[in-house]
Design a protein around this ligand. Sequence first.
Ligand SMILES: NC(=O)c1ccc[n+]([C@@H]2O[C@H](COP(=O)([O-])OP(=O)(O)OC[C@H]3O[C@@H](n4cnc5c(N)ncnc54)[C@H](OP(=O)(O)O)[C@@H]3O)[C@@H](O)[C@H]2O)c1
Length: 319
Amino acid sequence: MNTIRAALVETYGEPPRYSSILEPHPEAGGEVVDVLAVGVHPVTRGAAAGLHYASPDRLPMVPGVDGVVRRADGSLAFVIARDTGTLAERILLNPARAIPVPGGADPAIVAATMNPLMSSWVVLRARVPFTPGQSVLVLGATGNAGSMAVKVAQHLGAGRVVAAGRNRARLDALVDDGADHVVPLTSDLEATGTALAASAADVDVVLDYVWGAPAEHAMRAILSARTDPAQVLDWVHIGSTGGDAIALDGAAIRSHALRISGSGFGSVSPSVYRNELPDAAAAVASGALVVRPRRYALADVEEAWAHVDEPGERTVIVL
Ligand SMILES: NC(=O)c1ccc[n+]([C@@H]2O[C@H](COP(=O)([O-])OP(=O)(O)OC[C@H]3O[C@@H](n4cnc5c(N)ncnc54)[C@H](OP(=O)(O)O)[C@@H]3O)[C@@H](O)[C@H]2O)c1
C-alpha cells in the first residue's frame, strides 16, 4: 500500500504532527485530487482541538476543513471536506462538492480568503432576504471574517455599512474598504450602546461575529432605538469571539420584528455552498476580495499551528 504525507491529530490538545497516511483510492463517484493549499482558520483549529461541534469523536484525524485542489483535468477547485480532512497530499473528492476556481488564481490566496469571505457572502446571498440598498451592521468587524463582511456588504450593494469592532486602527482602515460609519466596541458598555444606537438603530441586517455579552448589549441598544419596531431586523450569528451564549428577553421579540438565525456548517446546506461560492471564488481570483496568506510547508505544520496571525493575514499550508 502506498503512503502519502499528511498532518495528523492523534491527541486532542496537541498540535497536528507531520506524518504519513494510506493513499486514498478512487471510489465509485469519487475523484482523487492533489491538495495545493489549506487555510488554518478558527474553525480548523477548533475542530483539530476537539472544541468545535464538527470535531470527530474518534482520532487520529486529518485536520483541515477546506482547501484548494487540482483536479485530474488540471482545473482548480475549492472544496469543503470536513469529513475526510484536507491536510494531506491527496484527498478523495466528491466531485459534486467542487467549487470551480478560475485558472491562474493563487491557491494560497484562495485558501486564505474563502472561509472568512463565505461567512458573510452566503448570508447576504442566501440566508436572509437582503436586497441592494439595505443597511448592514458588522459586529466584530476587525477580524478577517468581519473585515471581509464589510467589503462583501459593499460589493453586494448595501446602501450603508456600519462596522463595529475593538481594534481602532483596523476599524478606521475599514472606512477605505467600504464602511460608511465605524463604532468602537469598548469595555464601556453604556457608551458603546449609545454609539450603536446613534449609527445603527435602523439597520436591516446584523452580521454578528461576536455573540456573548457584547452582542447582548448591542441588541438591546439597537432595539430600544429603532424608529419602527415593525421593521424587520435580521440578526445573524456567525461567530462567537465574545462568548457562546446570550440571554434574550421574550419582550424583545414580542415588541420588535427581530429574526435571529445562525449561519455555518450544518445550517447552510451543501447545495447553497455549491450555488453561491463560485461567484465568491471568482471575486477572490479577480483580486477584489483578498486575505493575505502566511505560507507554511506541510512539514512545518506544528510551526504553522503555533503562529498567531497578524490582523489581515491567515496561516495557509501550501503543499
Ligand atoms: N459561520 C461561519 O460561516 C464562519 C466563517 C468564518 C468565521 N467564522 C467565525 O467568525 C469568528 C471570526 O473569524 P475570523 O476568521 O475573522 O477570525 P480572526 O481573523 O482570527 O479574527 C477574530 C477577531 O475577533 C476579534 N475579537 C475577539 N474577541 C472579541 C470581542 N470580545 N469583541 C469583539 N471582537 C472580538 C479580534 O479582533 P480585535 O482584537 O480587533 O477585537 C480578532 O481579530 C470566529 O468565531 C469564526 O469561527 C464563522
